[in-house]
Design a protein around this ligand. Structure first.
Ligand code: ADP
Length: 420
């Protein structure tokens, strides 16, 4: 373990940093949240060598109540695994939560012909389905930290009743960029995350993901009504002030592109009605203190200007850089090592920026970084599929391969993607 610590190069100046500790309590644990926090604090005080990765395995009494303990550094919201966390009340925030393990529900709406349309999916948060999402997304920029800070400030201002005439903000986030760059996953992960971070203020939370395609698959004239019905559902949820609602409207261009059809001459008035219905409803929701609207778009030009104006924070999510790709590949290789398909069980360096070509122990990591650089230009979605394609195309039925053999197959699979 000592070797891992040093190797992972995570002995940074932890004294001066702030940390968020998220503790996932087992559903069968009868302890109160405050009790769990006291146990964690006690543990931190007693063990100056507190390391998130090993704390549960080293303390059976905590393990009985806690299924996962994750520490994040406040400066960039990155996961801190092997660093020693000093006990300093002022620099630590501890959150406890329990996961909802039920599957999400489909919200159905009746259309004019009494046909039921799946209009939205509804998750209670924090949800089991998203428990690993945040950590599995890799970005070079501080987009994750910015998103959390934005959401938390937005909800705080609303909660404190800050006058919107004096300071304007409206809790609408737009993530835009090429397809497959993790925008939808990031929105879901953010909703899950803020449900954990704000659980003191909002003891319950949910994510409602609007299925834009099904709402707009019907004729426009009906869609306007469907949008209204959909938002009535949202209002039902936000009426409970202690319930946090994250509304995710995915591929928002499919809604707002409707207005563009005016130019094409197809049912202009109906199309405009739909867009207006959507915009009016978003404006109406603004008076609630407990809602955050998250939207994504694969294109920026096509989105309605009136909609873009309503989004006060717009993030461009581009194709992953070589370092971000390295993070994804590394997590994929670690998973294959965990199940025993790839060996030996050697850790890959967590931070590609720190790799030194002379360090012998880093040779595998350097090779992986080379493949990451050669994969620059592929989307996150493709990157996550490549280890599978590499195995199926180039390693056939092999159940046990060395890292080098696997890396060679991965490199070939990446090259094949570019050819295709
Ligand atoms: P988008 O909404 O931008 O089309 P998605 O959220 O649907 O993208 O992402 C598709 C898949 O690609 C997800 O399963 C996600 O795991 C993976 N992915 C995309 N970008 C990243 C990234 N930066 N880091 C890790 N995984 C990513």
């Amino acid at each position: 373990h000592q070797q891992l610590n040093g190797y992972n190069g995570e002995y940074r100046d932890s004294e001066k940093r702030n940390f968020h500790i998220e503790v996932c309590q087992r559903n069968n644990s009868a302890l109160k949240s405050e009790d769990i926090k006291s146990i964690v604090k006690h543990h931190l005080k007693r063990h100056p060598q507190f390391v998130a990765e090993t704390v549960l395995s080293s303390d059976p009494s905590l393990n009985k109540h806690v299924e996962k303990l994750s520490v994040y550094s406040e400066e960039d919201e990155s996961l801190v695994k092997f660093e020693h966390i000093p006990y300093d009340e002022d620099r630590l925030s501890i959150y406890t939560y329990r996961l909802h393990k039920d599957e999400h529900e489909e919200e159905l709406l009746d259309d004019e012909e009494q046909e039921e349309l799946p209009a939205a999916s509804h998750w209670m948060l924090p949800s089991y389905e998203f428990s690993d999402s945040w950590d599995s997304l890799y970005y070079d920029t501080k987009v994750k930290m910015n998103l959390i800070n934005y959401a938390v400030t937005g909800l705080l201002f609303a909660d404190k009743g800050v006058n919107q005439e004096l300071i304007s903000w409206n809790r609408v986030v737009l993530l835009h960029g090429p397809p497959g760059t993790g925008k939808t996953s990031l929105c879901r992960a953010l909703a899950h995350k803020i449900a954990i971070r704000l659980s003191n203020r909002f003891p319950t939370a949910s994510l409602l993901e609007v299925n834009s395609h099904s709402l707009f698959s019907k004729w426009f004239s009906e869609s306007g009504k469907l949008v209204m019905k959909m938002f009535r559902k949202v209002e039902e949820l936000v009426e409970n002030e202690s319930h946090l609602v994250c509304l995710l409207i995915d591929e928002v261009e499919s809604l707002t592109a409707a207005r563009a059809s005016v130019a094409g001459g197809t049912e202009p008035s109906d199309a405009i009605r739909v867009v207006n219905a959507l915009l009016t409803q978003i404006d109406k929701l603004k008076r609630y203190k407990n809602i955050l609207i998250l939207t994504t778009s694969n294109v920026t030009e096509k989105i309605d200007v009136a909609f873009v104006d309503r989004a006060d924070i717009k993030f461009y999510i581009g194709l992953p850089s070589a370092f971000a790709i390295y993070g994804m590949y590394r997590s994929c290789v670690n998973e294959l090592i965990r199940v025993g398909i790839v060996y030996p069980k050697e850790p890959l360096h967590p931070n590609p920026a720190d790799l030194s070509s002379t360090d012998k122990i880093c040779q595998n990591s350097i090779l992986l970084l080379e493949i990451s650089k050669a994969s620059d230009g592929l989307s996150g979605r493709t990157i996550r599929k490549l280890p599978f394609l590499a195995h199926s195309y180039f390693l056939h039925n092999k159940t046990h391969v060395t890292f080098r053999v696997f890396a060679d197959a991965l490199s070939k699979a990446a090259a094949q993607q570019f050819r295709e």
